[in-house]
Design a protein around this ligand. Structure first.
Ligand code: P1T
Length: 381
C-alpha cells in the first residue's frame, strides 16, 4: 500500500457492530466481563487498551512502517516512557539542538536518575563515535531540529548504532512520515509530538512512539500501561482524523514553506534563513537524501540588526500568522524561541548553540501563500 492510501486505510477496519467507517469515540473507562478475568471482547480497561486509541496506534504503526504504535497524552509523555527503558549508569547521546521541553526532561528530571546525557553535534560522526562506550544505550536525534533546522544523517547514524548494538530513536515531529521514514533508514524508534502535524489542527495535545521491533514495542506498551500516560479516546479520534489528510496538508506546508523561505532570503532586513530546502542550507544535501517530496513548513530566521527588539516588534505586528507556541497546524504560527518554546534552555547554552534573541520561528500553515507573504512584508516593514 502506498503512503497516501496508508494514511486513510493503514491498519484500519470498519467498526464491527455497525460498520461505522470511522471508529467511534469509545468514551469508556472500562469494559464488561462475563466472569472475573473474562471480558466480553478483547478490552478490559482503557489505560491498557481502548478501541479508538487502538485504531490510532495501528494507523501510526502503518504510516511509520513499524511493528507497534503507542499513543500518549503528549509528546513528552512518549519520550518519558522511552526513557524508562534505562537505568542509573546508562548513557544517552543526544543531538545538541532539541525542543526545549525535551532538553528540560533530559537535564532537569532525569539528571537525578543517574542516567548520563551527552549533547553533541551529530554531524561530527567521528566525535560522536568517540563518546560511545559499553554504557551507551540510546542515541536520540531530532531532524530537522527545533528551532535551528539542523539535520542529522539518519542512515549514517544507524550504521554506527547497529554496529554497537545501541538503540536509535528519532523525533520525527518536524518532518512527518510523509517526508521522512526513520525506521526505513535504520532507526529503531520514532517519536512524535502528535500535537503538531499528525493532529494538524491545533486542537489536541498528543504523543506517539512507533517501534520497529514487536518485542520492544510490547515492552514499551507495558511501561505505558504501568505508568499511565495514555491518550484519551476523543483525542485519539482527533489525531486519527488528522492523519487522514496528512499527505495533503504536508504537501501544501512544503510549498508555502519554500515560498516563505525564498521571500525571507531576499528581504533586506533579514539575515540568516534556516530552511533545509534552500541550496545554501548547510544540511541541504542530507535533506535531499532523506526528506523525500519536500522540506516541510518550518522556517527560522534572524534579523540583520541582530536586535531582540526587532524580533519582538515583528511578532507583535503579524496578523495572519498568530504569535503562539506550537507548530504543524493548518494555521500559520510565529514564535520567539528564546522567550517562549526554548526558554527552559539556560541562556548561555542557547547562545552556544545559536538560539539568539533575534531568532524567530515560523510554522507556515496551509493558507494562501500570497497572504502569508503580504503579512510578513507588513510586519517586517
Ligand atoms: O508538546 P508535546 O506534545 O509534549 O511535544 C513535545 C515536543 C517534542 N518534540 C518536538 C520536536 C516538539 O516540537 C515538541 C513540542 N514543541 C512545541 C510545543 C513547540 O512550539 O516547539
Amino acid at each position: 500500500m502506498k503512503f497516501n492510501t496508508k494514511v486513510i486505510h493503514g491498519g484500519q477496519h470498519h467498526e464491527k457492530v455497525t460498520g461505522a467507517v470511522m471508529p467511534p469515540v469509545f468514551q469508556t473507562s472500562t469494559f464488561a466481563q462475563v466472569s472475573p478475568g473474562q471480558p466480553i471482547g478483547e478490552y478490559e480497561y482503557s489505560r491498557a487498551a481502548n478501541p479508538t486509541r487502538q485504531a490510532l496506534e495501528d494507523a501510526l504503526a502503518s504510516i511509520e512502517n513499524g511493528a507497534r504504535g503507542l499513543a500518549f497524552s503528549s509528546g513528552l509523555a512518549a519520550t518519558d516512557c522511552l526513557l524508562r527503558l534505562f537505568k542509573a549508569g546508562d548513557e544517552i547521546i543526544a543531538m545538541d539542538d532539541l525542543y526545549g521541553g525535551t532538553y528540560r526532561l533530559f537535564t532537569r528530571l532525569y539528571k537525578d536518575s543517574g542516567i548520563k546525557f551527552h549533547f553533541v553535534d551529530m554531524n561530527d560522526l567521528d566525535g560522536f563515535q568517540k563518546l560511545i562506550n559499553e554504557n551507551t544505550k540510546l542515541v536520540w536525534v531530532e531532524t530537522p531540529t527545533n528551532p535551528l533546522m539542523k539535520l542529522a544523517d539518519i542512515a549514517e547514524i544507524a550504521k554506527i548504532t547497529k554496529k554497537h548494538n545501541i538503540l536509535f530513536a528519532v523525533d520525527n515531529t518536524f518532518a512527518t512520515p510523509y517526508l521522512q521514514k526513520p525506521l526505513d533508514l535504520g532507526a529503531d524508534i520514532v517519536m512524535h509530538s502528535a500535537t503538531k502535524y499528525l493532529g494538524g489542527h491545533s486542537d489536541v495535545i498528543a504523543g506517539a512512539l512507533v517501534i520497529k521491533d514487536k518485542a520492544l514495542g510490547d515492552e514499551l506498551h507495558f511501561k505505558q500501561f504501568a505508568t499511565g500516560g495514555t491518550l484519551g479516546p476523543m483525542d485519539s479520534f482527533l489525531v486519527l482524523r488528522g492523519i487522514k489528510t496528512l499527505h495533503l496538508r504536508v504537501q501544501r506546508h512544503c510549498e508555502n514553506g519554500a515560498k516563505v523561505a525564498e521571500f525571507l532570503k531576499n528581504h533586506p532586513k533579514v539575515d540568516k534563513v534556516y530552511y533545509p530546502g534552500l541550496e545554501n542550507h548547510p544540511f541541504h544535501d542530507i535533506a535531499k537524501k532523506q526528506m523525500l517530496g519536500g522540506f516541510g513548513g518550518m522556517v527560522t530566521f534572524t534579523f540583520k540588526s541582530g536586535a531582540k527588539a526587532d524580533a519582538i516588534k515583528f511578532l507583535e505586528k503579524v496578523q495572519v500568522f498568530t504569535l503562539a507556541e506550537s507548530l504543524g497546524g493548518v494555521e500559520s504560527l510565529a514564535n520567539h524561541p528564546a522567550l517562549m518554546t526554548h526558554a527552559s534552555i539556560p541562556e548561555d547554552k542557547r547562545k552556544e548553540i545559536g538560539i539568539t534573541d533575534d531568532l524567530v520561528r515560523l510554522s507556515v500553515g496551509v493558507e494562501d501563500a500570497d497572504d502569508l507573504i503580504e503579512d510578513l512584508k507588513q510586519a517586517l516593514a
